[in-house]
Design a protein around this ligand. Structure first.
Ligand SMILES: Nc1nc2c(c(=O)[nH]1)N[C@H]1C(S)=C(S)[C@@H](COP(=O)(O)OP(=O)(O)OC[C@H]3O[C@@H](n4cnc5c(N)ncnc54)[C@H](O)[C@@H]3O)O[C@H]1N2
Ligand code: MOO
Ligand SMILES: [Mg+2]
Length: 648
């Protein structure tokens, strides 16, 4: 597009003529495409040393003008002062400046400014702010701006400051071809579009991302919390459940009722036969009676019996008015017929009483009674759905279940989904993600596969922000310990402005487990940074993540059940309280003549050994050797968490 070429050239010339040392290092012409604009800005602002990003065009009022919309959500901090200056200076030149919608702000270490598309207006806008830009650029990343203010204390009309930061500029003209795209990154399901500011109000304890490895902390600065304290923090900072209405369907397992439910009808709503046989007047006694009616389980007219008459009836069918009991067909004898139909039947049953074999109205469920209480979970076996269906309830109030995203992190990881057959030296298969996605789904929660993120702060930040457009709880694995590529903690604190409630737990496996909350789009989102080692990830999912998911879904008792088990072998204790993977099963006890629960180790327990999870339906809660001595002996009893069902 010649106009855009002209704009780019004019902007470059404006820089070349300015008294300073800006260097234009990159240029690109991209369509008016939301995603294309965003990915360019994300990519450029991720590069270190790029100080200024300028876009030209796409700031007007037509449908294609989407540059401000695409850029605004990417800004970690907005700069309304720059916008004000752009507009007020432009308005001095033309009243049509009211048709421009610029945005400006800071993303990572870059100032981003949108300029208009015409060469003249773009240069006028640039000149309106160029005078103070050096000041703005030099401030980024500093904690104290006072010294700088003194150094750059000039007016807007002054000559350009001699910036010592060698600003680098990127004009991005966008052409006029594409239509507006929406991006999941900036439209959370609740309609919020602005990501949270990347600046935390809390004291940051994680490594500074911009420091070299030589300056990283040599001990994790997070206190080592006992497991119960970690669980208490999870309970405290997991958001309270929210009420929603759901239609009664076959996918309610795992939901928790948010309100009591009362029966609006009697069950049965008519007196119903419990057996196949004959409705009788109980006072008539034994004898031969005419069969005057037939009552099937069906929508039907009411029938009436008089004393001395009987009616053939099937199980569940309405008992005729006047009849008060039913006699089973086995206790009767056919006396006469008219060929195809019974005429007279002899009742042989002795001592028939009123209501024999009759379900009275409301005898299963009485109208007005509470059939399900608030807090009741919908079981996998469908019982609660059945109860509600039986009284004709079509909708119920339940608590919304969080959507759980699962993200693996690590440059070494191979994705089974895209595996081509080549394994390079040092690469391993991502086993945590398939494991955890299965675990989330089988606990009746919606799981989102977020793939694998590389060990780079910028990509972790992007993936996490994007994840929270669809997820309430994010589970990551890897990158939470002491390595220089363990970036999750600093990304949470320093890029997402989140709060790490704990970053280390006294347990084995799972020591570096991290729990954080982040405010994004007006919502509190949860991050569980689980350790990368596969057994650590599985154990900490069961111990920490599941209770949080359950609490957020309204469970009053969250977490898995704990049982008492007998050890089948000696077990050596670790100085850290350990969650030892075991197979729990029932065994007949010759002495007590009862079944007991016993636990058999799954073998070598190193946290990298995923085989230690294989077949494990229990986690022994082993005390520290510091408090309980070095070994627990076969036959001793210990508590075990049941992380899967018991098998025969
Ligand atoms: N100097 C110290 N080093 C380590 C400490 C420590 O206290 N000081 N803690 C150790 C403990 S305990 C654990 S647990 C691990 C935790 O490591 P990270 O969470 O930082 O995870 P990574 O370093 O990324 O990976 C660890 C390990 O797990 C493998 N991994 C990672 N992701 C996956 C996956 N999706 N599927 C399969 N395997 C995965 C990874 O390749 C590594 O082998 O840190 C110790 N270090
Ligand atoms: O705490 Mo780590 O999970 O033992 O290997
Ligand atoms: Mg690590």
């Amino acid at each position: 597009d010649p106009l855009l070429d002209a704009t780019t050239a004019a902007v470059e010339t404006a820089f070349a003529g300015a008294k300073h040392n800006y260097t234009v290092t990159s240029k690109a012409i991209i369509p008016d495409d939301f995603d294309a604009i965003q990915s360019k800005i994300i990519g450029w602002s991720a590069k270190p040393g790029l100080d200024l990003i300028l876009t030209c065009g796409g700031t007007g009022f037509t449908d294609r003008d989407i540059t401000p919309e695409a850029i605004r959500p990417l800004l970690h901090r907005e700069a309304p002062g720059i916008v004000h200056q752009l507009l007020s200076e432009s308005l001095k030149i033309t009243p049509y400046a009211i048709m421009s919608r610029p945005v400006a702000g800071v993303r990572n270490q870059s100032v981003v400014i949108t300029l208009p598309g015409s060469p003249k207006a773009a240069v006028e806008n640039l000149q309106a702010v160029l005078g103070v830009l050096g000041h703005a650029l030099a401030q980024i990343g500093l904690t104290d701006s006072r010294a700088l203010h003194q150094k750059f204390n000039r007016t807007i009309n002054d000559a350009l400051p001699d910036s010592d930061s060698s600003p680098v500029v990127h004009p991005v003209p966008s052409d006029a071809l594409a239509t507006l795209h929406s991006s999941s990154l900036h439209h959370c399901p609740h309609g919020h579009t602005k990501p949270s500011c990347g600046i935390s109000k809390h004291k940051l304890v994680s490594n500074d991302l911009s420091s070299p490895v030589t300056l990283r902390a040599r001990a994790l600065p997070f206190p080592m919390l006992p497991v119960p304290e970690a669980l208490a923090l999870i309970a405290k900072f997991t958001p309270a459940p929210t009420k929603i209405t759901k239609r009664i369907t076959d996918d309610l397992a795992g939901y928790i009722l948010a309100e009591d439910v009362f029966a609006s009808v009697d069950v049965p709503s008519f007196p119903a036969s419990i057996v196949d046989g004959y409705a009788v007047v109980s006072a008539d006694g034994t004898g031969t009676y005419p069969v005057v009616a037939v009552s099937h389980a069906n929508a039907s007219e009411k029938t009436t019996l008089r004393p001395g008459e009987i009616a053939r009836i099937t199980t569940g069918a309405p008992v005729p008015l006047g009849a008060d009991a039913v006699v089973m067909v086995e206790e009767t004898e056919l006396i006469t017929t008219d060929g195809t139909e019974e005429k007279e039947v002899k009742i042989l049953a002795i001592g028939v009483k009123p209501l024999d074999n009759v379900r009275a109205v409301g005898s299963d469920i009485q109208k007005g009674t509470k059939i399900l209480a608030k807090g009741t979970p919908f079981a996998s076996n469908g019982s609660e759905v059945g109860v509600l269906a039986s009284v004709g309830v079509t909708h119920v109030a339940v608590f919304a279940k969080p959507t759980v995203g699962v993200l693996s992190t690590g440059n070494e990881l191979l994705d089974l989904k895209t595996f081509t057959g080549e394994v390079k030296y040092g690469q391993i298969f991502d086993s945590n993600r398939p494991t955890l996605l299965s675990a989330v789904k089988n606990s009746h929660f919606a799981a989102v596969d977020l793939g694998i993120a590389v060990d780079r702060a910028e990509s972790l930040e992007e993936v996490i922000r994007e994840a929270f457009a669809q997820c309430d709880i994010l589970i990551t694995t890897g990158g939470v310990s002491m390595g220089e590529l363990d970036l999750l903690k600093p990304v949470i604190e320093r890029k997402l402005g989140g709060v790490i409630h704990f970053g280390r737990v006294a347990m084995k496996p799972g020591k570096p487990t991290t729990f954080a909350t982040v405010e994004i789009g007006g919502f509190t989102k949860i991050i569980f940074g689980l350790p990368g080692n596969p057994a650590s990830a599985s154990v900490t999912f069961n111990l920490f993540v599941l209770p949080s998911m359950m609490k957020n879904a309204g469970y009053e008792q969250s977490g898995v059940a704990t049982v008492d088990v007998e050890l089948t072998q000696d077990i050596r204790l670790d100085p850290r309280p350990e969650y030892h993977r075991v197979y729990v099963f029932q065994k007949y006890d010759e002495v007590t003549k009862l079944h007991k629960l016993v636990a058999e180790s799954t073998g070598f327990q190193r946290s990298s050994r995923i085989g230690s999870m294989k077949g494990a339906n229990g986690l022994l809660c082993l005390p520290s050797s510091k408090t309980a001595g070095s070994v627990l002996r076969a036959g001793e009893h210990v508590k075990a968490m049941l992380i899967d069902s018991l098998r025969n």
